[in-house]
Design a protein around this ligand. Structure first.
Ligand SMILES: Cc1ncc(C[n+]2csc(CCOP(=O)(O)OP(=O)(O)O)c2C)c(N)n1
Ligand SMILES: [Mg+2]
Length: 680
């Protein structure tokens, strides 16, 4: 028997047990934690460790920092929190209630009080006590999914479609670990979800009990915050705190792991609870000096760009963005997470930047002398090689999360604040500049940009053999279904084409997995989006690879009466990976051929087996009729198997590891950059 690993294992377990028994509050090492966590850990370093068995070490440190400062923060209009807020919490303040009940009943009551109407999950031993009162709840609908990953993505889809907190629930051990991908996804895309998991009973924690997993430890680096609850009396407060943390500041996932004995114990439920988050005060109001400086740079700039990320929609600031763009005439680019935040059809819109962005958007960033980055994070997919990114640009960077500012690219003007408040104040400051006669002149800039736009519009080639081109299918879906629908995507080529060819006009109408790139996101997220917004048509544009990861949630959709549409872009391959093999691995197609065009599985039959309508389309001339047929069916989910050409590629492309200047519009075809002499 290998002695060392075994001893190590015992030592680890012992230290875990000891930590629980002794209430050891030594902060966990910050190594490996993201900057977002680092800021919470910063609070811990100042914390006075006072044992409180009921919560995880991180939580304990936060709660005990200042026992007097205990009032929940008010959400202010315009802050991101407003739209994720649960008004019931504040309404209920006027009607205090106190009642004896179990921890499980307190959990369900607390969920009702914070305004939860839908929970996606699967029961099991440790969480079972919670499912009993859930059965009686008239306010909370539990949606029984087929895999916990589906519950997590459904919660994400619900959150993004509604602007409220999405909720998922799972049992301990494998139930909880199945949520991990979705939690990581929500963390990367700043999606407010609360994941509630059952944990083994307190005396068993740390003993490798049946179905025990240290889910708060596992998710520490991928949650905005997490809690381990071992005292029933803490449940209402911690639920209130979890929803508050998830929905305010930079939104994100919060995990609440509740020991089974805490769910079973009797407690006094009182509402409203007093939240204890003394160190948690997201800054939403930008600094006026920084705003004035940004306005001054805007007036001075000759080649400015508004680089818009997901934070602008999260702050519900599309109207203010449009006002600023129109007031100044500055070109706008929208990242994958911001598609729809500014209308695609707007004359000032240059499209998406980055690896598969438009030449105009990528070229604008590279040649810009001022980038006004709003709610975005200079992701590597946008910047390409960082040391060659936008070499002439000064940076104004506004974000609600200070950890993002100057993380990848130094900000000349850092602004911490909610994007809506930033834009509102920036509008005032720019108007003041204009009134003083300082107005930017971007005429020459627009001549350059229009040149890029006209010379290198987004396009694609039809397949030479007359087979279906995926871009055409997606374009027709966008044109026929229209801009009021909500579109979702999996991850791969189809996702990029969905971003490029649907044509988004309204904020929040494209929901996809941007930061994590999670295959299998689309179907369960569409389930959540449609449950949150039953009035809106919901179309998932999925890949045949992605679809095979989570299509079991079609059963959930069919049984729960959630009529989503799923357009499977079936190229028989893990297309995006295949594209890289074509371009960078000498066409050696190692393990990317799914052969799904051979109908293993048959997506039409699969759809029918799940109680959905299955349609197939293989010829360009049938595309419109097939989409029209799907649009007519509104009582059951519809799956369309669009059998498309396998060799279509996503263009333009900035190859990984290269700079944005090396963008290609097709294989071995680079744009000719004109007006280089404009660059100062
Ligand atoms: C869970 C997960 N596993 C692997 C990958 C790597 N990956 C990225 S795109 C892709 C191919 C996706 O295939 P498909 O869904 O058919 O989409 P297509 O690119 O063909 O449109 C893969 C395997 C990933 N992003 N996520
Ligand atoms: Mg594919």
């Amino acid at each position: 028997m290998p002695a060392t690993p075994c001893r190590q294992g015992i030592a680890n377990r012992l230290s875990r047990i000891l930590r629980h028994v002794s209430g050891d509050l030594t902060p966990r090492p910050a190594q490996g934690l993201s900057l977002r966590h680092a800021s919470l850990w910063g609070l811990q370093r100042r914390a006075r460790p006072v044992p409180e068995r009921s919560t995880s070490p991180a939580r304990r440190s936060l709660t005990n920092e200042s026992p007097t400062c205990a009032q929940p923060q008010r959400r202010r209009p315009g802050g991101r929190g407003l739209f994720y807020g649960h008004t019931q919490l504040s309404q209920a303040r006027n009607e205090p209630m106190t009642e004896q009940m179990t921890g499980a009943q307190a959990l369900v009551r607390a969920l009702e009080q914070v305004g939860v109407d839908t929970v996606f999950g699967i029961p099991g031993g440790a969480i079972l006590p919670a499912y009993d009162p859930l059965y009686d709840s008239a306010k909370v609908r539990h949606v029984l999914v087929r895999h916990e990953q589906g519950a997590g993505h459904a919660a994400e889809g619900y959150a993004q479609a509604t602007g409220r907190v999405g909720v998922c629930m799972a049992t301990s051990g494998p139930g909880a670990t199945n949520l991990v991908t979705a939690i990581a996804d929500a963390y990367m895309d700043s999606v407010p979800i609360v994941a509630i998991t059952g944990q083994v009973a307190t005396p068993l924690i740390g003993t490798d009990a049946f179905q025990e997993a240290d889910i708060s430890g596992i998710t520490m680096p991928i949650t905005k915050h997490n809690f381990l609850v071992t005292d029933a009396g803490d449940i209402p407060r911690i639920i209130a705190e979890a929803f508050h943390i998830a929905s305010t500041g930079r939104p994100g996932p919060v995990l609440v792991d509740i020991a089974k004995d805490a769910l079973q114990a009797t407690t006094t439920f009182s509402w409203p609870p007093v939240m204890r988050l003394p160190g948690y005060r997201p800054v939403t109001r930008p600094h006026s000096k920084q705003i004035r400086e940004a306005a001054r740079l805007i007036a001075e700039a000759r080649r400015p760009v508004l680089y818009v990320g997901g934070g602008v929609h999260k702050a519900r600031a599309s109207a203010e963005l449009a006002e600023l763009a129109e007031l100044t005439g500055i070109p706008v680019i929208t990242t994958l997470m911001a598609r729809g935040t500014f209308p695609d059809s707007h004359r000032l819109h240059l499209g998406m930047p980055g690896m598969h962005g438009t030449v105009a958007a990528v070229g604008a960033l590279q040649r810009s002398d001022l980038i006004i980055a709003l709610g975005t994070r200079f992701d590597d997919r946008v910047t390409g090689r960082l040391d060659t990114f936008a070499p002439h640009a000064k940076i104004v960077h506004a974000d609600i999360d200070p950890a993002e500012i100057s993380k990848n690219r130094h900000a000349d003007v850092p602004i911490v604040g909610d994007c809506r408040e930033v834009l509102t104040e920036l509008l005032t400051a720019v108007r003041h500049e204009h009134a003083e006669g300082r107005t930017g002149d971007y005429t020459a800039w627009w001549t350059t940009l229009n040149g890029y736009r006209d010379t290198y519009p987004l396009g694609y080639d039809e397949a030479e053999d007359g087979s279906l081109s995926p871009q055409y299918v997606i374009k027709r879906i966008g044109e026929m279904v229209g801009p009021d629908a909500i579109y979702l995507a999996g991850v791969g080529q189809h996702q990029m084409w969905a971003s490029q060819f649907i044509g988004y006009q309204n904020p929040g109408t494209f929901i996809n997995s941007g930061g994590a790139g999670t295959m299998g996101f689309a179907v369960p997220a569409a389930l959540g989006a449609k449950m949150g917004r039953p009035d809106v048509a919901v179309w998932a544009i999925d890949g045949d690879g992605c679809f095979q990861m989570t299509n079991q949630e079609l059963a959930t959709c069919a049984l729960e009466g959630v009529p989503i549409k799923v357009a499977v872009i079936n190229n028989g391959n893990l297309g995006m990976v295949r594209q890289w093999q074509t371009l960078f691995y000498n066409e050696r197609y190692s393990s990317t051929d799914l052969q799904s065009v051979r109908r293993i599985p048959d997506f039409v039959k699969l759809a029918e087996a799940y109680g959905c309508v299955g349609l197939r389309c293989e010829r360009p001339e049938d595309v419109d009729a097939t989409i029209a047929k799907a649009m007519e069916i509104n009582d059951v989910p519809v799956v369309i198997d669009f059998v498309v050409h396998k060799d279509a590629m996503v263009w333009p492309m900035v190859a990984a590891g290269t700079g944005n200047d090396d963008i290609k519009v097709a294989r071995d075809m680079a744009p000719v950059w004109e007006n280089e002499e404009d660059e100062a």
